[in-house]
Design a binder for this molecule. Structure first.
Ligand SMILES: C[S@@+](CC[C@H](N)C(=O)[O-])C[C@H]1O[C@@H](n2cnc3c(N)ncnc32)[C@H](O)[C@@H]1O
Length: 199
């Protein structure tokens, strides 16, 4: 698959870059001094785009197939020295003292429907769809630098308000950064910004 600038292959059992991937990519604006963590990196398209700009980039995924796919795509694009790729369940493998200026997750966000597919780990976010996104917000909130941001993709098929409320509960100022209407749902990128540190 050809991104505008990156050459991305999609490994077996890995979520292929889709509308939600590109919506999230379009919402994240990084500067050279930024530090960035992507949870659920999939093929690595977002992580590797970030690695072209930001000074420190980590991509992580619970799926070893996704981790291997991202490493392969990093090498393919000559970006392996500009990012670290790790296997992690949400942020549980991230050092507790690590802080980032931006964290992002395009989570599995669909409510479970009882049917099982080999991509469920990338699609189903729990009974109401947003359980994993909410847990990401709780864990990510402890890793944001002052004035830093977290970005989360949500779908109108899930309980968007829960994610929004979880962000506000951590003192973040929340905005509906980007939206796209798809055939049977609307997807949004929520951005939560931590206030700058008071002197
Ligand atoms: C919808 S896909 C998004 C992939 C990629 N970021 C993109 O936008 O194309 C969700 C990704 O989250 C990963 N994932 C699911 N549960 C996770 C968890 N608990 N911790 C980390 N990653 C997880 C999946 O393996 C999958 O790669």
């Amino acid at each position: 698959m050809k991104d505008e600038v990156l050459d991305i292959t999609v490994g077996s059992g890995v979520y292929p870059p889709s509308e939600d991937t590109y919506l999230l990519l379009g919402a994240i604006a990084l500067r050279p001094h930024d530090t960035f963590l992507e949870v659920g990196c999939g093929t690595g398209l977002i992580t590797l785009n970030a690695a072209r700009t930001a000074r420190l980039v980590i991509g992580s995924d619970i799926s070893i197939a996704a981790v291997q796919n991202t490493i392969q795509n990093a090498r393919r694009n000559g970006l392996e020295e500009r990012c670290s790729i790790i296997q992690s369940d949400l942020l549980t493998s991230i050092c507790s003292s690590a802080r980032f200026s931006a964290l992002a997750f395009n989570p599995p966000y669909l409510p479970s429907d009882g049917f099982r597919t080999e991509l469920d780990h990338a699609l189903v976010g729990g009974g109401v769809g947003t359980e994993l996104a909410v847990e990401f917000v709780h864990q990510a909130a402890g890793h944001i630098l002052p004035a830093g941001s977290i970005y989360v993709v949500v779908s109108s098929l899930g309980d968007v308000k829960r994610v929004w409320t979880a962000m506000e509960g951590h003192g973040l100022t929340v905005s509906d950064e980007l939206q796209e209407h798809l055939f049977f749902e609307e997807i949004h990128v929520l951005r939560g910004v931590l206030p700058p540190q008071r002197k």
